[in-house]
Design a protein around this ligand. Structure first.
Ligand code: GLN
Length: 282
């Protein structure tokens, strides 16, 4: 079978599979699965549409497609996901990086921080936020914290893969950072309400609950991050956390209650509230 034939067939089959897999992106899923097996850039598909796929490759691709039909996220099948400018290894120990989270990276890069700012990413998972920031700002001293030993190891591999000097400490939120202060504390914590029905649909079913849900309508970890922030921020230092599109007002309230100032909420590419920023008073 040729590349273009396989792509047509695979996307039609994925579209048919409907709600089991993600019905929004059958064409992209098929391309990503094929490119991962070919180990080629996307342009290859359009330059060589008539290239024949070997029997062996077709057999591997059939297995990949079956896993996708069974609902498994593409990033778990291929073992990687693009985030910012980086290809990150992914696995079932943590959240798959989302494009929404790139809006935090963009906002962090726009902050007026010192030249060699000290930055920490709490609950880093794959390392996505920390590594994106370190790749853009080699002068910053970026480190990360992750609770899951398996995810911490994954983040370390991702740092190494990109040659980035980002130490990953294992522990819960601020706990491994006693006595340390930062110019920026950034986090994409769990923030989904445990009763949210979207946990039973699509890719999130394959991600660890510990990375997704938090008690108190999803706000417990954000509350903890805000309440401890002043112990770990320099005066004027920034706390930035991701949250759900309907949690902006609640999170601004939590930040203000924790004594943070200049509190504001920013939007993702879909123009939904996605993160809130506050500063430690000077
Ligand atoms: N935005 C993700 C989702 O809705 C959740 C990410 C998170 O809990 N930090 O699937």
């Amino acid at each position: 079978m040729r590349i273009d034939q396989w792509l047509r067939l695979a996307s039609a089959k994925l579209a048919e599979a409907g709600s089991q897999s993600d019905p929004d992106s059958p064409g992209i899923d098929a391309e990503v699965l094929l490119l991962s097996r070919l180990d080629k850039p996307r342009s290859f598909l359009f330059t060589w549409p008539d290239q024949q796929l070997s029997e062996a490759l077709q057999a591997q691709l059939a297995e990949d497609l079956q896993r996708r039909f069974d609902g498994e996220p593409v990033a778990h099948i291929t073992g990687h996901r693009e985030f910012w400018t980086l290809t990150l290894e992914t696995n079932a120990s943590t959240l798959i990086p989302r494009p929404d989270t790139e809006s935090l990276v963009e906002a962090a890069l726009a902050l007026p921080l010192p030249q060699s700012a000290r930055v920490v990413d709490l609950g880093t998972g794959t390392g996505a936020i920390a590594l994106a920031l370190a790749s853009e700002r080699p002068q910053w001293q970026v480190c990360a914290v992750e609770y899951s030993a398996e995810a911490a190891a994954l983040a370390r591999r991702n740092a190494q893969r990109h040659g980035l000097d980002v130490p990953v400490h294992q522990g819960s939120w601020y706990q491994p950072l006693q006595g340390q202060r930062f110019d920026l504390v950034v986090s994409n914590p769990p923030y989904i309400d445990p009763v949210d029905h979207h946990l039973d649909q699509g890719d999130v079913r394959f991600e660890p609950r510990s990375a997704l849900i938090a008690p108190q309508q999803g706000l417990a970890d954000i509350r903890h991050l805000a309440q401890q922030a002043q112990t770990h921020l320099h005066p004027g230092g920034v706390l930035m956390v991701e949250h759900g599109h309907d949690q902006g007002e609640a999170v601004r309230g939590i930040f203000a209650e924790a004594g943070l100032v200049q509190v504001s909420t920013g939007q993702d590419l879909g123009r939904r509230d996605r993160y809130t920023i506050g500063r430690a008073p000077r």
